[in-house]
Structures are given as C-alpha cells and as structure tokens.
Write a protein that binds this ligand. Sequence first.
Ligand SMILES: Cc1cc2nc3c(=O)[nH]c(=O)nc-3n(C[C@H](O)[C@H](O)[C@H](O)COP(=O)(O)OP(=O)(O)OC[C@H]3O[C@@H](n4cnc5c(N)ncnc54)[C@H](O)[C@@H]3O)c2cc1C
Length: 462
Amino acid sequence: MSALTPDTPMKRVAVVGAGPAGLYAAEELVRQDRHRIHVDVLDRLPAPYGLVRYGVAPDHPRIKSITGSLRRILDHPRVRFLGAVALGADVTRQDLLDHYDAVVYAAGAAADRRLEVPGEDLPGSCSATAFVSWYSGHPDAPAPLPLDTERVAVVGAGNVALDLARVLTRPVADLERTDMPEPVLDALRASAVREVVVLARRGPWHARFTPKELRELVGLDGVDLVVDPRQLVPLEGLEPDRTAQTNLRILTEAAQRAPTGAPRRVELRFCARPLRLLGTDRVTGLEIERTTERPGATITGAGERETLTVGAVVRAVGYRGAPLDTVPFDPARGVVPNDKGRVLDADGALCPGEYVTGWLKRGPSGVVGTNKLDSAETVALLLDDLDERRPRRHPDLAGVLDRRGVRPIGLEGWSRIDTAERELGATRGRERTKIADWPTLLRLGKGPHPAREEPEELPWPS
Ligand SMILES: Cc1cc2nc3c(=O)[nH]c(=O)nc-3n(C[C@H](O)[C@H](O)[C@H](O)COP(=O)(O)OP(=O)(O)OC[C@H]3O[C@@H](n4cnc5c(N)ncnc54)[C@H](O)[C@@H]3O)c2cc1C
C-alpha cells in the first residue's frame, strides 16, 4: 500500500545530466512511494539522452530506440526537463544545494584519455570523443579530421574502435539511412579513406570488443577484414574467458578467408603500441612497436619498430569524466569519489545530499542497461537519507534561472526539435536527420519569446 497521502510534503531532487544514468535515476525517484518527489533533470544540451543520442553508432538503430523508453520517463508528471542549462556555467553547485533536498550528478564522461606520445596534438590526430561526437551531430563538434587520406589508424581495442572502423569504411549508402546530419554524410561521401588499421596494445584475448560488434565488422559488404593468423595463438598459460574465446573463433575464421578485393579494408593489428605520430604540419605517419606480454604481467616493448604511413590517427583508448563546478573530483580516475553513489569529499567524508551515478560514478564501462542498476543503487541510498532529513521548503530554481536570463528548454521545446528532425528526415526518406547547430537547436527549443507575442517561426534549419 502506498505510504503517500495528499499531505505528504513534496521533496525536490535535481538530476544533472539527461543521459541514461540520469533518466534511470529520475525514474527510480518518481516510481517509489516512500516520498513524494519532484525531479528536475538538467542538461547542458537542448536534447536529452546523452550518449544514446551522441555516442551509440547511428547504424545501430535498435540500441538508439532505447530513447523511446527514456522519453516516457521525461513524460512523467513529476519530472521536469531543463535543457540548455549547464552546471558550472548557468547554475552552481551551491544553487542546487540551496534549491533541492538532494542532487544526483549524472554528467557522464565526456573527456577522453590520451596516448601520451609525441605528435598527439598534430592536425590529423583526434580523439574518438571528437570523431564520434561529430558523426553523431553533437552541436559542439566540428569535423575533427580531413578525410582526404587513404589510410587511417585507430588506436584502441574496444567497441568504440570498431564503431570508428565501420563508420569510416562501410558504404555511405548504408549510412544514408541513419540519422547522421547531412554535412557528415557529405564528408563521408567525399572521403578518400580506403583502409583503417586498428591497433591494439595487447593480444586478441584481451580485446574488449563484443562478439556481436566483431561479427558485424567481419560481415560488412564492401570491406575486407584482414588479420594475421599468427597473432591469434593464445599466450601459453592463459585461459581466455568466454567472450575472448568467441572473439578468437570469429577472428580465426576471418583470417582464413582470402581477401575479396573489396574497395575498402580494415586491418586488425594486435600487440602493437604507438610510439609517436610523425609529421610537421599534420600527421603523415605513426611509429609503432611490437609488444610482448606474459600472463599476469604488464606488456613490454619488444624493440621491433615499424612506421605506418597514415594521414590520420584516432585514439579510442577510453572516455573519462570531467570536473563539474566545485563538486569533488578524482582526476586520476576521472570520476566523482563516492561510496556506492554517496559523494565523498577529498578527505573521504560524506557530502550530505549529494549523489552520483552512471559513468561519472564508476567510469566509462558497461552498456546502457548497466546504468539502470547503478542508478537504482544510488537512489536507494538517497531515499534512505531522505528518511532522516528534515523537510525544507525550497524556492523553484526557475526563479534563479529567470534572474540570470537563462531560459531552459523544456520538454515542449525538445519535442519541437524532435519533430523538426523527423520532418527533415522524412524529406529524405529517413526516420530522422539530426540538427547539429546551436542556433537552430536553440531557436526550435526555445520557441517564440513569451514576452513578445510573435507567431511561432517555421522551425526549419536552412
Ligand atoms: C561511442 C560510444 C558508443 C556506445 N555504444 C553503445 C552501444 O552500442 N550499446 C550500449 O549499450 N552502450 C553503448 N555505449 C555506452 C552508453 O552510451 C553509456 O553506458 C551511457 O550513455 C552512460 O550514461 P551516462 O548517463 O552516465 O552518461 P551520458 O550518456 O554521457 O550522459 C551524460 C549527460 O550529462 C550531460 N552533462 C554533461 N555535463 C553537464 C553539465 N555540466 N551540466 C548539465 N549537464 C551535463 C551531457 O550533456 C549528457 O547528456 C556507448 C558509448 C560510447 C561512448
């Protein structure tokens, strides 16, 4: 039986980040019946869904369709979306602590890990974060690489590296069905890239690809997957886990196939690490070294060096969290320090009323669904703590935003963007074409200014 009565006082919780972790936290907060909770979900972007919109590959529509169930969370009458409101720029940590009974940080891991090798900042070198954001239509992401080169190296051994290799080589006709913005498709149509070399520091038994992604790459029309069978012999004394065994089987079959002469190829190179990027004005090559490893030991350089002639290098060696205003932050791990989701300060003491979930809590690991369990853990503790806290009356954050001239994009505004993207897509026979520029997103999202009674402009990007 519900413990809520009409007199149960309303508690307010702010969730920072409308990605899966933030939205699953909002869902947990409104579906329980111990407290009557109103949730404000803030996001620095006009659009919700975090990396489901701006990370998951555009040619993976099944995973993208998770946005349908995430949208239902935003539709809950006690959930309010405050888009285009950034913690750190538009509101401070203290604002949130003053206006809410509890705050959940769910801002993800938008920064990237570096290779820490010379030449990394040359033009022609970029992070997976930048490249993925660009092809996903993130409004902060201009084209990070000129695709005027035949050969590109991707450094990394996870699914993001495979996403990059696939997007760079698969026939553009396949990508034209996706939600990619038109300028991205134009760049891929004009791309000179014929070969992608994926470099992994360790052997295939340690690769973090999932078999599904690997199979997809192996089976891609118009692309030959090349791997040297000598690299597929597991280390003596090492027992690969089930995923690694499946990956090894897929790779062994691929290695036995003769190249078909397809127009593009992806080479998977294991046990190779980058030493430096070569070039003066832009990347012209990548010096790599073969590595050796023993079970349980760190890898070492084997001394054998080689120079790959490549015109671009993308590093896909991991995402990491970035600091948020004055919220405690562990720069070494790239996360907000926490105990199962309760935020801890630099001395390890609890920060009352502050919580963290998702990639900002545990680092960049797991699939979308992993964040649901993670948010359930965080919210369970938050609710326990709310039992103990005295109810306070809080003014609405909207007052602060108004005084600062920050006009958030609410759910109606996001719906206008959503509709405009669907209509734009329909003109090209697609479900959606993303709008990637700030002015159009803000114009659509904010709609006509309420103070001026102008008719709504036709929401079309040029
Ligand atoms: C390239 C890539 C491909 C992936 N593909 C898959 C896949 O195929 N399948 C799968 O299951 N998982 C996939 N994942 C993993 C999945 O996307 C993550 O598990 C999930 O998105 C993490 O959720 P999150 O909410 O913690 O972070 P995010 O999704 O990053 O959401 C964080 C949100 O916080 C907002 N934010 C950041 N800073 C601020 C601020 N200062 N103020 C206000 N808001 C802020 C951001 O705008 C964003 O909306 C992929 C990840 C990447 C990077």
